[in-house]
Design a protein around this ligand. Structure first.
Ligand SMILES: Cc1ncc(COP(=O)(O)O)c(C=O)c1O
Length: 429
């Protein structure tokens, strides 16, 4: 059985986050169209998780595709240490204006955007003659799979073999909440108290995923909690890193989750929806105050970090096109929460459903089962299998079931996703 499952996969490919002996390949996808993926056998699947949270406007969006095509005919790549180009400048102007963070440092993905933010924070203190290595992160966090990003993430099954190589990080509780949660005030107060005591040690930076911890299980906090965090940070002489890799670009109902939570980060990490999900790209946004500490005739103060594909013109063209679409139709993300709401309300009364939560385009709940919670929970797997058989692709995080669809999903497609979830719940013991 073990070997027969592994043998169903391509003999030369190594898929991410997947144990080949216990998972079946879902098939070959030949085309994407809006919210739908079309497999080789002609089956259509609603991509209800935006292909790992990247596909923002839908698959095959012709406006973004054309922007990439035109850019490819002009300039596909140029070394960014010496040159600049119009697409990067345009993107920098726009993102600086929207976020209030003046400087953009490009990299390749979410993990590298986080690595850059951590390194910038540490070197910012160093350049000013102060050695600060203390970083505070939150319990349950996920910031990526490179070493720095793993270090600030929760220690778990994923990074266990590397544990001794990860740098130490202090951790505050993440008081996630859900509908009808009577204990939330108490949990928030406790989290604040712990954060305040951790901040008594001089701290280089606090890093968090604004509003929603994604891979940690779509764990949502109240915006008012983050407002309190911002106040404490203001009084504490430290930096705030907002990892908006998942929540950026409308995902939580405002263009950036930091805006909804009234956070003013010093550094912000972007990726995933940045290019509308068309091309891999990461950006670390930094305030002018951060940037200024690196401007010096002393070469030691330079940020000696870079990636071959920095500010790739095709990625920048896709990102500019994606921003055009968001600017043209802000209701696509502003009103998304209301689209989930009625469906989620009917689902929430099912006896197998608990801890229902919603933020913008992200709707999540937990399965009420006797099984152990966590990433390896089996019940989530059977929901995934049932959904696949009914043309919906989801990828539960253990016993956490969530929908995070592209903005273009139609009302009918969304309704179908919820109908299938509703039916699948009856399978759970
Ligand atoms: C909040 C957050 N930060 C960082 C990352 C890492 O991004 P990537 O997978 O592009 O390296 C992720 C990926 O899911 C994420 O959700």
């Amino acid at each position: 059985m073990k070997d027969s499952l592994a043998a169903q996969w391509h003999p030369n490919l190594w898929p991410p986050f997947t144990q080949l002996t216990s998972s079946k390949p879902t098939g070959r996808v030949l085309k994407g169209d809006g919210a739908v993926l079309i497999k080789e056998d002609g089956t259509s699947l609603i991509d209800a998780i935006s292909s790992w949270w990247v596909t923002l406007h839908g698959h095959g969006n012709s406006y973004i595709a054309e922007a990439i095509y035109h850019q490819a005919q002009e300039l596909e790549q140029v070394i960014f240490a010496d040159f600049t180009h119009p697409q990067a400048e345009n993107l920098a102007n726009r993102l600086s204006k929207i976020t209030g963070l003046e400087r953009l440092f490009f990299s390749d993905n979410g993990s590298t955007a986080v690595e850059v933010a951590i390194k910038l924070a540490i070197q910012w203190w160093h350049n000013q003659g102060e050695e600060r290595q203390h970083i505070i992160a939150f319990e349950g966090a996920y910031h990526g799979d490179t070493f720095g990003a793993m270090s600030v993430g929760e220690r778990n099954l994923f990074n266990e073999p590397f544990e001794k190589l990860l740098f130490p990080v202090s951790r505050a509780p993440w008081p996630s909440t859900w509908w009808n949660d009577p204990e939330i005030d108490k949990r928030e107060e406790k989290a604040i108290r712990i954060l305040e005591s951790l901040l008594e040690v001089p701290t280089a930076a606090v890093i968090l995923e604004p509003l929603v911890q994604g891979a940690g299980g779509m764990e949502m906090v109240r915006p008012s909690f983050l407002e309190k965090i911002q106040k404490i940070i203001n009084q504490s002489n430290t930096l705030l890193i907002a990892d908006e890799v998942m929540v950026g670009f409308g995902r939580t109902g405002s263009l950036f989750a930091s805006q909804r939570a009234k956070l003013s980060p010093d550094l912000m990490c972007l990726s995933k929806g940045l290019t509308g999900g068309f091309l891999p790209m990461g950006i670390t946004m930094a305030s002018q105050r951060i940037f200024n500490a690196f401007l010096d005739s002393n070469p030691k103060k330079t940020f000696w970090h870079g990636h071959s594909f920095t500010a790739n013109p095709l990625g920048c063209a896709a990102a500019n096109a994606s921003l055009d679409l968001l600017e043209k139709d802000p209701r696509s993300y502003l009103n998304f929460e209301a689209r989930h709401l009625t469906h989620l309300k009917s689902l929430s009364v099912h006896p197998k459903v608990k801890k229902v939560r919603l933020a913008g385009t992200i709707a999540a709940f937990e399965l009420n089962t006797n099984e152990r919670n966590g990433y390896l929970n089996i019940a989530g797997k059977s929901i995934k299998t049932y959904a696949l058989e009914h043309n919906v692709f989801i990828r539960p995080l253990g016993n956490v079931i969530y929908l995070l669809p592209p903005l273009c999903i139609t009302d009918e497609q969304l309704k179908h996703c919820y109908n299938i979830l509703q039916k699948s719940l009856d399978l759970i013991k």
